[in-house]
Design a binder for this molecule. Structure first.
Ligand code: ZN
Length: 504
């Protein structure tokens, strides 16, 4: 058994190493590569990814998994070997169901569609992308059909990034959340809007950079096993346990854009750095799902990084860095400005309360497209109607409407957006559990100390990697199923206090 397990691990490591090598090329492409490198770089990454795919779907892996099944069944569920075999089988079955030419067709279409969107968005030209979306929808449905036996056509797409999650569980959860959020947004909108004009004063980039780096170092992001560089669209990327990087961007006239993107990406990166070292280059060596990942980034960005205790410690320090810009701004005014709630058109700029409404709108629209109850040609109108209904506003044109997000124009329709709101819901559940287990967490944060929270997350979430699904993690940590209650209580508490509205 042991030789077979070693052979399996070695084959899986080869596939993982090829993917990591492709990731290094991607990181370079988005940070330092001169534009002249673009064409060759695309080809080089595709070549590595194809090799990785061949290795990962080699029938020899299927045979090893079959041979090792009795061994897996003899072990407890939580055993490392049993978990590795379970997750490797899940990956192998999923990857081998999709024929190579279909994967190629999807990849090729994604590139064409993305290139069309890049031009269509500034030109406000939905007609240009409509035929692309028709094909994307067709490909997304065909994708689902490679996984027969699903309850809802979006389930196989969701399962790809949030294993175990289904429309049957997400739809009622999101519906309930929406029902709680809309009246909260309305109540806040009836209050005076706090002043946030000072956020857009002149802030030297290098000082912004240093301030953010100091915070994420205190958070527990390990720069011996990571680094930060600049890019257009910030992201986190893992090459190995010893090299988990973040990227960020700064704007001289926006103090919070760069800072909170650094805190967000560091949240993702600490999760990856905290995965058990033994799991590196195995199927367990990553975060559990897109939702759990987002729970970690949003916890450090919002629940910690936009909290009063946090700024009671850091605001005097921020003022010391930017005295000319902030000495006339009180801590309370700053806190209100960075937590300002306002219905707006752009998802990525949305505040903590309205953000989920943006996500739920997209989730419902993509389900309707996949179900066939909404046609592509009617999508722009449906988008506007949804925004009117949920947020009481409408985009002046499609640029800031149906054309705003890259997702539907660079991948399948379905399976991506749910992760963002799941992350918020789970993040609040994890936060509640962490603070119940360690009531000092909030006091520590007010002292600029994060070790208690970081080590609780490392023990309960990070180290497990992909060993447990999101549902299993939630069950282990909270003792129950995923619920919106901790999240709604968090939002009501925080924003009720800030806006002086009824918190019950
Ligand atoms: Zn994120």
């Amino acid at each position: 058994m042991n030789t077979k397990l070693q052979e399996l691990k070695s084959r899986l490591r080869e596939a993982s190493d090829l993917n990591s090598a492709a990731s290094v090329l991607y990181w370079d492409q988005t940070t330092y590569m001169p534009s002249g490198g673009a064409a060759a770089r695309g080809r080089q990454m595709a070549a590595l990814q194809m090799l990785a795919q061949e290795k990962a779907t080699d029938p020899a892996i299927g045979r090893l998994l079959d041979d090792l099944q009795p061994y897996e069944e003899s072990l407890p569920y939580e055993d490392d070997d049993a978990s590795l075999l379970r997750v490797a089988r899940r990956d192998y079955e999923r990857q081998t169901r999709l024929p190579a030419d279909f994967v190629g067709e999807m990849a090729e279409h994604s590139i064409e569609s993305y290139q069309t969107w890049i031009k269509a968005r500034p030109a406000n030209d939905f007609a240009a992308v409509a035929p692309m979306l028709e094909k994307t929808l067709d490909l997304s449905r065909r994708y689902a059909d490679y996984f027969p036996g699903y309850d809802h056509i979006a389930d196989p797409l969701i399962d790809e990034s949030d294993p175990g999650m289904t429309v049957a569980t997400l739809r009622p959860l999101f519906k309930e959340l929406r029902a709680q959020l809309v009246p909260l947004v309305d109540a806040i909108a009836a209050q005076p809007v706090p002043d946030d004009s000072f956020i857009y004063r002149d802030f030297m980039e290098q000082q912004q950079w240093d301030f953010g780096v100091d915070i994420v170092r205190r958070y527990g992001y390990d720069f011996e096993r990571g680094r930060q560089d600049k890019t257009h669209h910030p992201y986190m990327i893992r090459f190995s346990a010893g090299d988990v990087r973040i990227t960020t961007r700064f704007s001289k006239n926006n103090l919070i854009d760069g800072l909170f993107s650094t805190l967000h990406e560091a949240g993702h990166a600490m999760y990856e750095q905290g995965v058990a070292l033994d799991y590196d280059a195995t199927p367990l060596g990553h975060g559990a799902s897109s939702g759990v990942h987002e729970s970690q980034s949003r916890l450090w960005e919002n629940v910690v990084g936009r909290s009063r205790p946090f700024w009671s410690y850091f605001y005097p320090r921020l003022q010391a860095v930017f005295p000319a810009q902030l000495n006339d701004v009180s801590e309370d005014a700053f806190y209100r400005a960075i937590n300002l709630v306002r219905p707006s058109l752009i998802r990525v700029d949305a505040d903590e309360v309205t953000y989920n409404l943006h996500v739920i709108i997209r989730f419902e629209l993509e389900l309707a497209l996949l179900e066939g109850t909404l046609a592509i040609k009617d999508l722009p109108d449906a988008w506007q109607a949804s925004y009117q209904e949920s947020l009481g506003i409408q985009a002046p044109d499609n640029r800031d409407g149906v054309l705003q997000d890259v997702h539907w124009y660079s991948g399948p329709i379905g399976g991506v957006f749910q992760g963002y709101t799941l992350g918020n819901i789970m993040g609040a559940a994890f936060w509640q559990a962490a603070t119940q287990a360690n009531p000092d967490v909030t006091n520590d944060i007010a002292q600029g100390e994060f070790a208690t929270l970081h080590s609780w997350l490392a023990d309960n979430i990070y180290r497990h990697g992909r060993k447990f699904t999101a549902d299993e993690l939630i069950e282990r940590v909270t003792g129950g199923a995923l619920s919106i209650d901790p999240y709604v209580a968090y939002l009501r508490g925080k924003f009720g206090e800030m806006y002086g509205i009824d918190r019950t």
